[in-house]
Design a protein around this ligand. Structure first.
Ligand code: SF4
Length: 109
């Protein structure tokens, strides 16, 4: 991940360096176990000084697996979708101007 030999990289400051990689690539045999593994990895990410850089990198490369920057793959897909979504603008208001006044409508009926 280094650009040059002497250049620092955000991953040099990752607190997960040396941690069990299985923790960040959880494979649960049931939903509660998987959630517990994800939560354990996210708890480490919560104290990581390079969390934002890690998440930005995972979003940029489209990292499909594992916990990165405190997010699951599903959470990153959601972030990418919402970031790519066009800006929500209010719908235009269409004003219909009646040529006849209310009293003219009443007399015509
Ligand atoms: S945010 Fe999490 S996955 Fe990313 S470097 Fe830090 S501890 Fe590792």
């Amino acid at each position: 991940m280094h650009n040059t030999e002497n250049e620092e990289h955000w991953s040099d400051h990752a607190i997960c360096r040396g941690a069990d990689p299985d923790l960040f690539f959880p494979i649960g045999y049931s939903a509660p176990v998987l959630k517990a593994q994800e939560d354990a990895a996210k708890a480490i990410c919560a104290n990581c000084p390079v969390k934002a850089d890690c998440l930005a990198w995972a979003l940029r490369v489209g990292e499909p697996d594992g916990i990165w920057g405190g997010t699951t793959p599903e959470e990153r897909r959601y972030l990418r979708r919402t970031a790519d979504a066009p800006e929500r603008r209010p719908l235009p208001v269409i004003v219909v101007r009646g040529d006849a006044s209310e009293s003219e409508h009443a007399s015509a009926a």
